[in-house]
Design a protein around this ligand. Structure first.
Ligand SMILES: Cc1cc2nc3c(=O)[nH]c(=O)nc-3n(C[C@H](O)[C@H](O)[C@H](O)COP(=O)(O)O)c2cc1C
Length: 311
C-alpha cells in the first residue's frame, strides 16, 4: 500500500495526524509522516480531511472520491425518510431493476464497518420459485414448533421455556397461529410477503462485529430504498430459522465461511401508508456529572418528562 505526502502542497495543519485513528500518520517536528502504513485500515480520513489535497493514497479508488456538499444536507427530508418508512408486507409483482438494487447496495457500502473492514456481502434472490420455497420452509418450521407446543411433552417444554424466558414474543405468535395457518392456506405469505426480492446481508462466520456491520448496512438500505419509492421489510423470522436449519442455509446458498446476519425483502409497495407511526418515547438515562442521574422519556414535540429510575 502506498500512501504519500505531497510535500510541496502540505502546509502542516496536522489534521491528517489528528484524524488518523489507526496511528499510521504521526507528527515529526511539526510535519506529518506516514510512520506505519501497515496499520492503515484504508478509511481515507487523511485524504478526506486534508484541505490541500496533499495526500495520495493508492489503496483508495480515486473515481469514487468526490467533494462533500453540506448544502445538500436536508435534515427535514431525512426526518421524512426515517419517519415515513414502514415495513411493507404487500408488494406489486413488478421486479426491481438490477441497476436500482446495485445503486442501493453501493450507497449502503458507505455505512460504517468495524475497523473499516468493509466485509458485508449480499445474496440477492429474485427467483420466484426459490423465494416461495424459502417462505414455505420457514413457515413449515413455525408450524412444526406450533404443533409441538400443543401436545405433550412439547407443551411441558414450552411451559418451562415460558417460565424461564417470560419476555419472549413466542406466545403472541402461537396465539395467532391458527389464523396464520388459515390465511396461509388461502395464499397469504407471512414470511417473505411475496416480495419480488430478498436481500441477505452476510459477513464472515467468525470474528467480531459482523452482525453490527450487516445491520447498519441494512438500515441504510431500508431508508434509501424508501427514499427511492421502494418498500422493504426486515425478516427476523428468516434470520432465526437460518441459524437453526442447515437445509435452509443450503437453500439460500450462503457462501462458504459466511453467515447471514440480516435479511430484508424489497419491492414496490402495493399501497402507501399515508401517515407516520407513533413511537414510544425512548427512556434516556442522563449522566452529566452535576445533578446526579436524571431519567427522562423524551418525545418529539414534548417537554422532557421525568420518569422514575429503574430499580
Ligand atoms: C430485528 C427485526 C426483526 C423483524 N422481523 C420481522 C419479520 O420476520 N417479519 C415481518 O413481517 N416484520 C419483521 N420486522 C418488522 C417489525 O415488525 C416492524 O419494524 C415494526 O412492527 C415497526 O413497524 P414499521 O417498520 O412499519 O415502522 C422486524 C423488524 C426488526 C427490526
Amino acid at each position: 500500500m502506498m500512501i504519500r505526502l505531497l510535500e510541496e502542497r502540505c502546509k502542516p495543519c496536522l489534521l491528517c495526524v489528528r484524524d488518523c485513528a489507526a496511528g499510521a500518520w504521526r507528527e515529526d517536528n511539526g510535519r506529518p509522516v506516514m510512520a506505519a502504513p501497515e496499520v492503515c485500515n484504508r478509511c481515507g480520513h487523511c485524504v478526506a480531511v486534508c484541505p490541500r489535497r496533499a495526500i495520495v493514497h493508492n489503496a483508495l479508488d480515486q473515481d469514487q472520491i468526490r467533494r462533500t456538499d453540506r448544502a445538500l444536507l436536508a435534515p427535514e427530508i431525512y426526518k421524512e425518510i426515517v419517519r415515513g418508512r414502514r415495513s411493507i408486507r404487500h408488494y406489486r409483482p413488478q421486479a426491481v431493476p438490477v441497476e436500482t438494487i446495485e445503486a442501493i447496495l453501493a450507497l449502503a457500502s458507505h455505512s460504517p464497518t468495524a475497523s473499516n473492514k468493509q466485509n458485508v456481502g449480499y445474496t440477492i434472490i429474485t427467483d420466484p420459485r426459490l423465494l416461495d420455497k424459502i417462505s414455505r420452509t420457514v413457515f413449515g418450521i413455525a408450524r412444526w414448533i406450533y404443533a409441538r407446543t400443543r401436545t405433550f411433552p412439547g407443551k411441558w417444554i414450552y411451559l418451562l421455556f415460558k417460565k424461564l424466558s417470560p419476555a419472549n414474543d413466542l406466545e403472541r405468535y402461537l396465539t395467532v397461529m391458527e389464523y396464520y395457518l388459515d390465511q396461509t392456506q388461502k395464499g397469504r405469505d407471512y414470511i417473505l410477503h411475496r416480495a419480488p426480492l430478498l436481500i441477505l446481508a452476510h459477513g464472515p462466520r467468525k470474528g467480531s462485529f459482523h452482525g453490527e456491520n450487516c445491520n447498519i448496512a441494512a438500515a441504510n438500505i431500508m431508508n434509501y430504498a424508501h427514499a427511492m419509492g421502494l418498500g422493504t421489510c426486515y425478516i427476523g423470522f428468516l434470520g432465526i430459522a437460518l441459524k437453526f436449519s442447515r437445509p435452509l442455509r443450503q437453500l439460500v446458498q450462503t457462501p462458504k465461511g459466511r453467515k447471514v446476519y440480516a435479511c430484508l425483502v424489497m419491492g414496490y409497495p402495493a399501497f402507501r401508508h399515508r401517515y407516520t407511526s407513533s413511537r414510544k418515547k425512548p427512556v434516556i438515562q442522563w449522566i452529566d456529572g452535576n445533578a446526579g442521574q436524571r431519567h427522562t422519556a423524551m418525545g418529539e414535540g414534548s417537554a422532557n418528562q421525568a420518569v422514575p429510575p429503574s430499580p
